[in-house]
Write a protein of this length. Structure first.
Length: 390
């Protein structure tokens, strides 16, 4: 049984990734100690996870070339190698492109006998890249060949990553794990009609997340401006922080918020964790998980177009039995034929054609139970890591 593993992640939001949080919890249940190498985390490790040892580390794409980072960069690699040897750790997980690059370099260090697993949450495509990101992609492809196993979210993203990175692994070394929280039980739903001063007869819809064209802000504004919005619903537009005055949508969102004739409320409010967010979301009747690909950066291209089960937002809604309006992708267009989890739209003007008869809270929750609940898939992945000792 593996009792210690190491993770290399370049990301600062490790503890807001539902897959990582669920995996940490399951590893803690198995008394597995986790050494996490990467930048300072925001938010930090929750108090409930006592098996995590975070070792601040700096990793850059170009190995030891910039004098400014030379010492910090070298020491970070030394920390990982020293910890692996001292603690006799045989399993190293590399998160996203830079994580597998670092992991691949470490695996090739003399004397390293480790199982390297690639945890892919973002897929970059060579045809969309230039400059820094193209260099990153080429190295990612190179070091993907050093991976002994792979974690990715669904069949479509698995297909895309395998082709793009030229990865050759047997099926029993590939885990399909949706970005999804472990089941959260909500004891009592808050009365948001009273709290947010919303008329009692209005059904509640929620847009929760970032502010930008890529995540549907522009589309939501258009729905109100052009009369596509169903006036039976009141939209709560939730953000973690107040919208910056320099944001391109600041004026329009505040105009919607202050117009008493428009069923719209801005609600900036931070939540400490998935539990608090789940309680808030549980009071809604309908939710939005909109994704609009663009060419502004590699995260927003084909990676977003086929977001599928890498959308933690969509999974959270399904876990709560909260029907969702989503933009089209291959996975969602297939699922909607079997589960009436909400609606799949190509254009925001389709909102006017959606009725309550088109979706079902029961179907949304059934989708989570059948395909998105992560414990079984993660347990299988952890079991596969355990097998390296056998």
């Amino acid at each position: 049984m593996v009792k210690k593993i190491a993770i290399v992640s370049p990301n600062t939001d490790t503890f807001t990734n539902p897959t990582m949080s669920a995996m940490f919890k399951l590893l803690q249940d198995k008394d597995v100690k986790v050494y996490l190498f990467g930048p300072q985390q925001s938010p930090g490790c929750p108090d409930s996870l006592t098996n995590i040892i975070h070792i601040p580390s700096l990793f850059k794409l170009n190995l030891f070339r910039n004098p400014r980072y030379y010492i910090k960069h070298w020491l970070s690699y030394c920390r990982v190698i020293r910890t692996l040897k001292k603690e006799k750790i045989r399993v190293l997980l590399g998160v996203d492109p830079l994580g597998i690059i670092v992991g691949g370099r470490i695996k090739r260090f003399p004397g390293m006998n480790i199982h390297l697993s690639y945890l892919s949450f973002e897929i970059f495509f060579t045809e969309e890249l230039s400059g820094h990101y193209l260099k990153l992609k080429k190295k990612e492809i190179k070091y993907s060949s050093a991976a002994d196993s792979l974690l990715v979210q669904d069949e479509k993203r698995h297909e895309l990553l395998i082709l793009e990175n030229k990865i050759q692994l047997p099926d029993d070394k590939i885990a399909l794990v949706p970005v999804s929280p472990l089941k959260i039980e909500v004891a009592e739903k808050p009365d948001l009609h009273t709290k947010l001063n919303i008329p009692a007869e209005k059904k509640l819809a929620v847009y929760s997340g970032s502010v930008g064209e890529w995540c549907g802000t522009k589309a939501i504004i258009e729905a109100f401006n052009k009369g596509y919005w169903n006036s039976d619903f009141w939209l709560v537009f939730h953000t973690r922080n107040p919208i910056d005055i320099n944001n391109e949508y600041y004026t329009e969102l505040h105009r919607l918020d202050t117009d008493k004739n428009i069923p719209f409320t801005l609600h900036p409010h931070p939540f400490e964790g998935f539990g608090e967010l789940a309680v808030f979301l549980s009071s809604f009747d309908l939710a939005f998980a909109l994704y609009y690909p663009n060419n502004q950066n590699p995260y927003y291209g084909k990676n977003m177009k086929e977001i599928g089960f890498s959308s933690g937002k969509f999974s959270m809604y399904m876990m709560l039995g909260l029907p969702a309006i989503v933009t089209n992708c291959e996975i969602y267009s297939k699922l909607i034929k079997e589960y009436r989890f909400g609606a799949v739209i190509n254009n925001i003007d389709q909102l006017g054609n959606i009725s309550e008869n088109d979706y079902s809270k029961e179907d949304a929750f059934a989708l989570y139970h059948d395909l998105l609940e992560p414990e079984k898939a993660l347990t299988g992945y952890i079991r596969m890591l355990d097998s390296i000792n056998n």
